[in-house]
Design a protein around this ligand. Sequence first.
Ligand code: URA
Length: 425
Amino acid sequence: MDAIDVIVTKRDGRELSADQIAWVVDAYTRGEVADEQMSSLAMAILLNGMGRGEIGQWTEAMIRSGSRMDWSGLDRPTTDKHSTGGVGDKITLPLAPLVAACGAYVPQLSGRGLGHTGGTLDKLESIPGWRASLSNDEMLGVLREAGAVVCAAGDGLAPADKKLYALRDVTGTVESIPLIASSIMSKKIAEGTGALVLDVKVGSGAFMKTVETARELARTMVELGTDHGVATVALLTAMDRPLGHAVGNALEVAESVEVLAGGGPSDVVELTVRLAREMLAAAGISGKDPEDALKDGSAMDAWRRMISAQGGDPDAALPRAAESIEVTAPASGVLARLDAYGVGLAAWRLGAGRARKEDSVSFGAGITLHAKPGETVRKGQRLMTLHADEAARFERALEALDGAYEVGETSDPSLLPLVIDRITA
Ligand code: URA
């Protein structure tokens, strides 16, 4: 096999054979195919696409590049959720213990944030003592003890994807549905979950800006999961405005704990319960309803066990930023629009996110939203509180918010419904 043949096949719009795909992914992982060759192939895939068979073979090759976890020794079904990422999307935090409290095991390998969307591990690391890196045995121990574990993926899981994703990030080849779908699904299939619910976000704060592209990504991922024996369902959900009232690591942990205590913002509660029901149904578990597990304290108990089992102190005070300023309503009326991307970018500039993988995040930085689209506001009323460790960060954050919100007479009719669609095999 020759890398140039593989590149030319895709450059000319032809289908790659199963042998070509298996060879090129393996040779790239071993360093035999160079970064410049793989980046050329990734660009050819981005421009010319891949058929269903090719995407399946590509995913399979990425899974085979590393180890596959096996939970078959557990006495209850496993089920997991993956979100394509958004602003204020802390749903995994209340969701994993909630689903555990309803009778499933939730083994979730998560990531850190890059750019304007936050990462689940960064959020959980704001809890004093909590550890993201676990060995496979420790992961199993936490699962048995708490019913749910959220931790970092080890180097052995889909290493081809790790290498390829870093390359795509710097070569303008992230936005390809075959490459995104195979990247996400290779990791989720290698993680070994029996059932999977995909939360595919749509809108300015998401990867997918339109319902049509989000639907295509969701369909591709549902097909991949189903073809690999994972019961997979996808919801398309709104990311034209932020989720909940908190954006930023420790702020989002605090909001998640409110949800687990039976309170919290209505959109976070609604989506958490909806996803929990989907995860349980996909795993074939019926019995306790997630709404009851939020009310009776069993989801909170599972959260406390999950955090403690990973060294965290669920009762410790969360980090707070040293400085804050308020943004107030410029007029009386209805908050017509609150753009997810603008808010995410502002939170990132406040220190909640990182620009490069090596950077650290500020746990206390972020934004508290005092009003959501559709709500009535009075002139001068607080719309947002911005939190940062250094006051010098506020200027650039305020620039990101310029034009990101609007007070009008009525709410914007183009606001997306929270759950837009449901995609099944
Ligand atoms: N998340 C991933 O894991 N992979 C992608 O390609 C995009 C988002």
